[in-house]
Ligand binder design. Structure first.
Ligand code: NAD
Ligand code: 0WE
Length: 262
């Protein structure tokens, strides 16, 4: 018996076994959910197919959110297997590499701004609209992944911080739009985790060390920490929660000043 027994979940953003989306997939499957995983391009297909085997033979579908037609096609194909959908998970972010480095004011081009907001925020609206006909009218839930760089300036996160601020507003507007149809929409703001999206980010090790020294729990979070909270937020146990951003960050964002301990 799991708290997601009988639920069907559509999960985007699995790129490897370190992906936050994979932690969410594992935890949702453990609670009884049946899964469909999407992958961005053919390069990732064989890896995602293998991971899908490890969680009950999940469906796998291509879906590059840069193209509206691919979003629509993914839900058309999903509809051939499932008549209803209970859970949609958005674990997608992208900004051009050169925008994630150095001085924000100097390094943020109009093009990088547009791309970051398109792929990292607009895609939530687009996926939610495509999922809506399969989710409406029964208790269902949308979940998006965000980061504290939306609320506070962070070194190098730069234009991604603006895109995450937009994503968080997107969560609130979608919650109001879809609430009358029993569709809840929430976000998780995760602490830093070494995934492919963090690979090659300068000083990422220093950020992990900083959290380990200063967060109340004195550790970093894992994809499974995020997965357990995500499984809860997408379950009927969280039936009264919508439009919220829940921090899964070992408490880091709640601290004002540290280093005064005896
Ligand atoms: P990841 O590299 O494993 O996942 C990022 C995913 O985005 C990949 O699966 C990639 O294929 C997908 N993606 C990028 N562009 C896409 C497109 N055009 N169409 C479809 N998919 C696309 O990294 P992750 O850290 O697990 O990232 C997942 C989410 O978690 C992101 O929203 C990220 O901002 C968020 N997040 C990450 C951290 C962290 O420190 N790793 C912290 C907080 C929030
Ligand atoms: O949201 C993210 C990362 C998202 C991301 C990562 C990349 C790397 C490769 C978006 N676009 C790209 N583009 C690429 O070309 N995180 C929350 C992880 C992250 O990324 C950082 C961080 C943290 C934390 C970048 C700078 C500073 C901190």
């Amino acid at each position: 018996m799991g708290f997601l027994d009988g639920k069907k979940a559509f999960i985007t953003g699995v790129a490897s076994n370190r992906s936050i989306a994979w932690g969410i997939a594992e935890c949702m499957h453990e609670q009884g959910a049946e899964l469909a995983l999407t992958y961005q391009n053919e390069k990732l297909k064989s890896r995602i197919d293998r991971l899908a085997e490890a969680c009950g033979g999940a469906l796998t579908l291509p879906c590059d959110v840069a193209e509206e037609a691919q979003v629509e096609a993914a839900f058309a194909r999903l509809g051939e297997h499932w008549s209803e959908l209970d859970i949609l998970v958005h674990c997608i972010a992208y900004a051009p590499r050169e925008a994630l480095d150095g001085d924000f004011c100097e390094n943020t081009s109009r093009e990088a701004f547009t791309t970051a907001h398109d792929i990292s925020s607009y895609s939530l609206t687009s996926l939610a609209r495509a999922a809506r006909p399969m989710m409406r009218g029964h208790p269902s839930a949308v979940l998006a992944l965000t980061y504290l760089g939306s609320m506070r300036s962070m070194p190098n996160y730069n234009v991604m911080g603006l895109a995450k601020a937009s994503l968080e507003a997107n969560v609130r507007y979608l919650a109001y739009s879809l609430g009358p149809e029993q569709i809840r929409v929430n976000g998780i703001s995760a602490g830093p985790i070494r995934t492919l999206a963090a690979a090659g980010i300068g000083n990422f090790r220093m950020m992990l060390d900083h959290v380990e020294k200063n967060a109340p729990l004195r550790r970093n979070v894992t994809p499974r920490d995020v997965g357990h909270a995500g499984a809860f937020l997408c379950s009927d146990l969280a039936g009264g929660i919508t439009g919220e951003i829940t921090y899964v960050d070992a408490g880091y964002s709640t601290v004002g000043m540290t280093g005064f301990d005896a």
